[in-house]
Design a protein around this ligand. Structure first.
Ligand SMILES: Nc1ncnc2c1ncn2[C@@H]1O[C@H](COP(=O)(O)OP(=O)(O)OP(=O)(O)O)[C@@H](O)[C@H]1O
Ligand SMILES: [Mg+2]
Length: 247
């Protein structure tokens, strides 16, 4: 049931990798999963080897029902995106209910799935606000580096603003440490800093730096399928188990 946005306005923090591998891990554990790409880069569909075809852009343009753009991979239902989202975002600027476009399109269908995961763009733009508005929870994949902390303040402020403006109760489910290099003491220091200064959960699961995670997209597969015994497959399976326990 929950709709969960995978958010971080910084680029390259493992949003797409987390969306698709958490999705595939949840599907492996028997859950029904809807994955939605809200990034005009279209990395999610590419990484899962989706066919070219209608996308979320067609849904927003009002030509096609969301059911018609879904493709099935690895037991998940996936809604791809494409570059036209850039123009769609611009056309939304003047609309008064611009924040509600995604929500209005997925409200009915997301009820049919155990989990709906939204891969957000690297910004806190209108498309990101649409993702957040459509969600009950967010997951923040984050590199445990000092520079990530600045971004965290911005995400928290954005969520507070969405909650107060739209009377929502969007929650941060937690921060997922990604690309973790266990030898680096710095990661622990950043974690301690977050624990001491922010009222935000850090998941006990984390995702280690692992070359298999970065290879898998070239094969159009999640790392769970591409290399099930790799560290990153194991890490995403543990994370899926942690997410299931949370609900
Ligand atoms: N655990 C990992 N170990 C090694 N490489 C990883 C890991 N997770 C992600 N990567 C690689 O890091 C890069 C960025 O990851 P990803 O595309 O998931 O980030 P993103 O936040 O979605 O990026 P963007 O902001 O552009 O949408 C990719 O090349 C990906 O393959
Ligand atoms: Mg991405």
């Amino acid at each position: 049931m929950p709709v969960i946005s995978i958010v971080n306005q910084k680029g390259g923090t493992g949003k797409t990798t987390t969306s698709l591998n958490l999705g595939s891990a949840l599907a492996t554990l028997g859950k029904s999963v809807l994955l939605i790409d809200m990034d005009s880069q279209g990395n999610l569909g590419y990484s899962l080897g989706l066919d070219e075809g209608p996308s979320i852009s067609d849904v927003f343009e009002g030509n096609v029902a969301i059911e018609k753009v879904i493709q099935e991979r690895e037991g998940m239902s996936i809604v791809p995106s494409d570059m036209r989202l850039v123009d769609i975002e611009l056309s939304l600027i003047d609309l008064s209910d611009r924040h509600n476009m995604l929500n209005s399109k997925i409200k009915a269908i997301s009820k049919k799935y155990d989990y709906t995961l939204i891969d957000c763009p690297p910004s806190l733009s209108i498309l990101a606000v649409n993702s957040l508005y459509a969600s009950e929870k967010i997951i923040i994949p984050m590199l445990m580096e000092v520079l990530s902390l600045q971004g965290l303040d911005q995400i928290i402020q954005t969520i507070d603003k969405i909650n107060s403006t739209y009377k929502k109760k969007l929650e941060i489910a937690g921060i997922l440490p990604v690309m973790v290099d266990k030898r680096r003491k710095l990661s622990e220091e950043v974690k301690d800093h977050i624990n001491e200064n922010y009222d935000v959960n850090i998941f006990s699961s984390m995702v280690r730096n692992n070359v298999k995670a970065s290879e898998a997209p070239s094969f159009g597969q999640s790392v769970i399928t591409y290399s099930p015994h790799s560290n990153s497959a194991k890490d995403y399976m543990s994370f899926a188990e942690e997410m299931i326990k949370l609900n």
